[in-house]
Design a protein around this ligand. Sequence first.
Ligand SMILES: CC(C)(COP(=O)(O)OP(=O)(O)OC[C@H]1O[C@@H](n2cnc3c(N)ncnc32)[C@H](O)[C@@H]1OP(=O)(O)O)[C@@H](O)C(=O)NCCC(=O)NCCS
Length: 196
Amino acid sequence: MRVLILGAGGHGRAVCEAAWDAGFEVAGFLDGRAPLPEVLGLPVLGPEAAHDGGPLLIALGDNAARLAAAGRLGAALPVLLHPSVVRARSAELAEGAVVMPRAVLGAQARVGRLALVNTGAIVEHDVELGEGAHIAPGAVLCGGVRIGARALVGAGAVVAPNIQVGEGAVIGAGASVIENVDAFSRVAGVPARILL
Ligand SMILES: CC(C)(COP(=O)(O)OP(=O)(O)OC[C@H]1O[C@@H](n2cnc3c(N)ncnc32)[C@H](O)[C@@H]1OP(=O)(O)O)[C@@H](O)C(=O)NCCC(=O)NCCS
């Protein structure tokens, strides 16, 4: 499938590499900072207004920005699943979900619209990721965890079984989360505590 990538930054380049590996034909990038020089040898065609109406991979690291861009552009949002991902057959992915190299999706895991499961993250059985959630590299979500829309689980964090993380919450890198996390709160540490 031919796609454009929205966002030509570091995450955009990572998504481009994953898209190539997954067999997509990447025609170029869109980026508000255009004109930019070529990125990974591909043209930066212009800002969002240069979108040709075709399928888009939205490679904006900010969770809310990813959802907002999808709303503005109304494009088809393919699922990007890197070929190295270990995916249970019963795992479900909504449109625009991106799953990066060596991630694991367990039985009946559900990855929401435009959610991002980053490199090497483990999303165990029955986990539910809300739309626009980001599970950063190496994070581990144990069975039955629920992550709200637009929440960020930082790199290397561990979330214990059946914990619920509210929408827009932020979990610090390396945290160990053993209690539910309220919407829009920020927690960090081992065990995780609220950051003031
Ligand atoms: C938790 C986090 C969001 C806090 O960021 P911030 O609001 O800029 O906070 P600050 O850096 O000002 O730190 C505030 C306090 O929290 C502590 N803190 C920050 N991050 C922490 C972490 N991950 N674990 C433990 N303590 C942490 C700081 O030491 C500081 O403590 P102090 O007040 O005693 O000095 C951020 O540090 C973090 O871990 N983000 C996740 C990044 C990530 O994994 N992104 C994915 C990229 S792919």
